[in-house]
Design a binder for this molecule. Structure first.
Ligand SMILES: Cc1cc2nc3c(=O)[nH]c(=O)nc-3n(C[C@H](O)[C@H](O)[C@H](O)COP(=O)(O)OP(=O)(O)OC[C@H]3O[C@@H](n4cnc5c(N)ncnc54)[C@H](O)[C@@H]3O)c2cc1C
Length: 362
């Protein structure tokens, strides 16, 4: 007699932010699922600072769909905290260093524009956030409604939750072992109706979705010990953030490189980060860890969601780029609504926009 098949509605490959949030909303919708993850200790999610920053860039522009995404993310992470009995979502102010009177004026002008009042607070004149440690800067702009998800902590709690319910296997998914039939699929003793690929940059090796234009941006970050620094908020100067890390140390990063040869940390990036940090934090510090991972970025900076053009039971949920913590809850929820036929897939994220790149039917 053959081994019994486990039957679920949905099979998920990948337990980063995308796979985890998708699993969470499937559970809320009462749909059965199983997750396969190769214990991605080097995944982008596990190296991220988890910052949720509503206003970004040199021109202080609101991030895409901030008004919808951010409150939704907040509520979702709060609900997850209740469900898992843990804390990993923290409302934290991002203090953005403004290097000149012009920058300060630009900040204040933008803060006065309609739709920006909720996200941009006052400038703090000459405020020293960490007296005697951070170099004084002309001003700091106070970002409102910013937050930090301690991503690795959340993933660990959620992983244990799934393991406890036998809904997660810690294995590599081998594409060649997937058996597809008309309306169903089978993999390693599991039969499902739909499979969602949430492999982050691993999408590059996916034989069904490797046609999608994922660029990939390597990011490196340092975990730094600042002896005596007791500061729970976030500081940004130029392109570098200092944010709390769950170890009691601080996360400092990150670099951006779209041209890279491997996903390992490099000495050049470490030097760059240490120099940038030294320019605004001259006090004592010690690098204790150095991380690198590849962000799943897409050329039009929008998520990649949708079914395979020839195999409707295979879906992708990816392309969260540099903003997985803000994007994952809203789009995972939307995806589950689409699966339940309660919503139509939003054209802005639908991979149909890259249909011309798909291999032709044989
Ligand atoms: C240095 C750095 C800093 C960042 N900072 C922030 C930030 O402050 N805020 C923010 O919102 N975002 C940030 N990001 C981006 C964020 O990390 C990503 O948007 C997000 O984590 C992507 O999540 P994902 O689940 O799509 O992919 P991943 O996190 O890469 O997860 C994919 C998972 O799939 C698994 N997998 C892949 N292939 C297979 C296979 N064949 N079999 C089994 N499992 C497989 C992997 O092991 C992994 O667990 C940062 C990224 C980096 C690198």
């Amino acid at each position: 007699m053959g081994a019994t098949l486990k039957e679920v509605e949905v099979l998920i490959v990948g337990q980063g932010l995308a796979g985890s949030l998708l699993a969470y909303f499937l559970e809320k919708a009462g749909l059965s699922f199983h997750v396969i993850d190769n214990d991605g200790q080097h995944s982008a999610s596990r190296k991220a600072a988890g910052l949720i920053n509503p206003v970004t860039g040199r021109n202080f522009v609101k991030t895409w769909k901030a008004d919808a995404l951010l409150p939704f993310a907040r509520q979702t992470y709060r609900d997850l905290e209740s469900m898992l009995g843990a804390r990993f979502y923290h409302e934290r102010t991002i203090y953005r260093a403004l290097a000149s009177i012009k920058e300060e004026n630009d900040w204040l002008a933008r803060a006065g524009e309609a739709g920006y009042e909720a996200y941009m607070g006052p400038c703090h004149q000459g405020m020293e956030l960490a007296p005697g440690r951070l170099s004084p800067t002309p001003a700091y702009g106070e970002t409102l409604k910013s937050a930090q998800l301690m991503v690795a902590d959340f993933l660990d709690y959620f992983q244990n939750y799934l393991l406890g319910k036998f809904q997660l296997s810690k294995n590599k998914f081998h594409y060649s072992n997937l058996q597809l039939s008309e309306s169903t699929l089978e993999y390693a003793g599991i039969r499902a109706k739909t499979l969602f690929f949430c492999e982050g940059y691993g999408l590059k090796s996916n034989p069904w979705f490797d046609y999608l234009p994922m660029r990939g941006d390597k990011g490196e970050a340092l975990i730094v010990d600042f002896p005596g620094l007791d500061f729970e908020q976030i500081v940004k100067q130029n392109k570098t953030f200092i944010a709390p890390a769950s170890s009691g140390k601080h996360w400092v990063g990150a670099t951006y490189a779209w041209n890279f040869e491997h996903d390992e940390p490099t000495e050049a990036a470490k030097q760059q980060l240490f120099e940038e940090l030294g320019a605004f934090y001259p006090a004592e510090k010690r690098v204790v860890e150095h991380w690198a991972a590849i962000r799943p970025t897409v050329k039009d900076r929008r998520p990649l969601i949708g079914p395979h053009p020839e195999h409707p039971q295979l879906w992708v949920f990816n392309g969260l780029g540099t903003k997985g913590a803000s994007l994952a809850p809203f789009w995972a929820h939307h995806l589950v609504e689409v699966l339940q036929k309660k919503a139509i897939l939003d054209a802005e994220v639908d991979i149909q926009r890259f249909a011309l790149l798909a291999p032709h039917k044989s």
